[in-house]
Ligand binder design. Structure first.
Ligand SMILES: Nc1ncnc2c1ncn2[C@@H]1O[C@H](COP(=O)(O)OP(=O)(O)OP(=O)(O)O)[C@@H](O)[C@H]1O
Ligand SMILES: [Mg+2]
Length: 244
């Protein structure tokens, strides 16, 4: 549901400046995500999309500006505190642990719930397998023996093990065959249907437009335009910004 339809704000970045040590990458990043909404961040290479997701997770040097999650200022919290509030990240580089099995990789997603009862942990595991049945077939296989598409499913499923309310997903379609890309986007659509809010970073603009409610175009560390998917394809000025 688009935020313009009146749903409450889940995430809000206001004039966020952040970077890596002396490297000042985000230069006034501002955008909002509504509850249950899927929002895309589009932009050319190196404009700060990944840095935006890392900054929300508390992995960069945050200089100024506020990041609010469900109304709470999280801009000074540690990453583990941010995760516990219900934000998950599916990173660009997938980070499947090679020597661990699929199931062990999935169980790592429970790190925020170390004291959860065994039944709860098993329930989350079964839910992950229900989302991605292929992972159930491969539960005893080492992470690295999976195809690229299966590894992407595994990192999404691992993030879902933490039961996030907001999931940040960085370039999930990168390097995957078109059929697998369609599966990945379908899984994102399902997450939205279950009420999880999404921030999706994608180079595959056309594919992502089928999944998201709204999008922002990022240039030089800030969101310079906001649009609904239909506008991106119909407005030559927006298409030019994205070279599509
Ligand atoms: N660990 C780091 N230390 C210093 N600078 C970094 C670091 N990571 C990224 N940068 C710089 O920050 C800028 C933004 O990088 P970022 O990865 O956020 O871009 P992006 O929009 O995700 O690009 P891409 O589409 O290529 O993934 C780039 O100039 C990059 O070189
Ligand atoms: Mg990136």
């Amino acid at each position: 549901m688009p935020i313009s339809a009146g749903c409450p704000t889940m995430l809000e970045l206001a004039d966020v400046h952040a970077g890596y040590g002396p490297s000042h990458v985000l230069q006034g990043m501002s955008f909002v995500v509504g509850r249950g909404e899927a929002v895309a961040l589009f932009g050319r290479n190196g404009v700060g999309k990944t840095t935006t997701l890392r900054t929300i997770m508390g992995w960069t040097t945050r200089l100024r500006g506020t990041i609010r999650f469900q109304g709470q200022d999280i801009s000074k919290l540690r990453t583990d505190q941010i995760c516990r509030l219900g934000i998950g990240l599916v990173p660009e580089d997938r980070r499947v642990f090679p020597s661990l099995t699929v199931e062990e990789n999935l169980r790592l997603g429970l790190f925020q719930a170390p004291y959860a009862r065994r039944a709860v942990r098993e329930q989350r595991l079964q839910r992950a397998y229900a989302w991605f049945p292929k992972l159930a077939e491969r539960r005893r296989q080492a992470g690295t023996t999976l195809s690229g598409g299966e590894q992407q499913m595994l990192v999404i499923a691992r993030a879902l093990m933490g039961e996030p309310k907001l999931l940040l997903i960085d370039e999930p379609s990168e390097g995957l065959a078109p059929k697998i890309v369609a599966d990945v986007f379908a899984s994102i659509r399902r997450m939205c249907a279950e009420g999880i809010s999404i921030v999706l970073v994608e180079q595959n603009v056309r594919g992502a437009l089928d999944v998201v409610d709204r999008c922002y175009i990022v240039e030089r560390g800030r969101a310079v335009a906001e649009a609904v998917p239909r506008d991106i394809l119909e407005r030559p000025d927006l298409r030019a910004r994205l070279s599509i």
